[in-house]
Design a protein around this ligand. Structure first.
Ligand code: DER
Length: 226
């Protein structure tokens, strides 16, 4: 599909930014899939790098493709993290978490000098919020956590399911998808959500992404830098 071609273009472009000797954060999702494939090819051709995965899914794919991985606690700082997003606005504020990996993704991105977001044009929006905001919550007493979230104005909150079972993240938490429609002050909302007892993390990435690579159906690529 056009969207997949665009995702592939964005992923392969991001792989050209990886230099020998770098330690990089490797994101999660279908766009990053193409980045990982291109990175693995460069490693086969002799590129020396180390990677930190942002999910079990990415860890397994990277291992399968012989991408050398290291524990984040053994790294002082990552040079670059490459990851996808569900929405990107002109200030490079993001909504992430569609793939359920937002907690580890944010820890890895926050440990990086640069974060490059790769996406097809459908993710680029003027205002965040059309995509429901994923909020990762501790399972204990989650219905009370949900009540506090409702007070922040989201019209509808859905406990994420997968194959008819409650979705459980890599770190054993649940995810509540919060429908806000429009998020006017993403930085404030991020702060309010993370202040709620029981919230582990939320999918708003504020002041974390340093550039975005947006691929369009016509084959063009737009790079937005902070
Ligand atoms: O869950 C995540 O944060 C993923 O990065 C997601 O937001 C992007 O996934 P996609 O590239 O498959 O759309």
């Amino acid at each position: 599909s056009d969207q997949n071609i665009a995702k592939k273009k964005a992923g392969e472009y991001a792989a050209t930014l990886i230099e020998p000797g770098m330690t990089i954060g490797i994101g999660t999702g279908s766009t990053v899939y193409f980045f990982i494939q291109a990175l693995a090819k460069k490693i086969q051709e002799g590129l020396i790098i180390k990677g930190v995965p942002t999910s079990k899914q990415t860890q397994e794919l990277a291992t399968e493709l012989n991408i050398p991985l290291v524990d984040l606690n053994n790294v002082d700082q990552l040079d670059i993290t490459v990851d996808g997003a569900d929405e990107i606005d002109p200030q490079l504020q993001l909504i992430k978490g569609g793939g359920g990996a937002l907690l580890q993704e944010k820890i890895v991105a926050a440990a990086s000098k640069r974060m490059i977001v790769i996406a097809d044009e459908s993710k680029y929006v003027q205002t965040l919020g059309k995509f429901p905001l994923p909020v990762e919550v501790i399972d204990f007493g989650w219905k009370h956590t949900m009540k506090h979230l409702q007070q922040l104005g989201c019209e509808r909150i859905v406990l994420r399911k997968k194959d008819d079972k409650i979705f459980v993240s890599d770190h054993g938490h649940y995810i509540l998808d919060c429908y806000f429609q429009q998020i006017k002050d993403a930085a404030q909302l991020h702060h309010q959500i993370n202040n709620i007892a029981g919230v582990a993390e939320n999918g708003l990435f504020i002041n974390i992404a340093t550039s975005a690579v947006i691929a369009y159906k016509d084959g063009s690529i737009k790079e937005i830098n902070k």
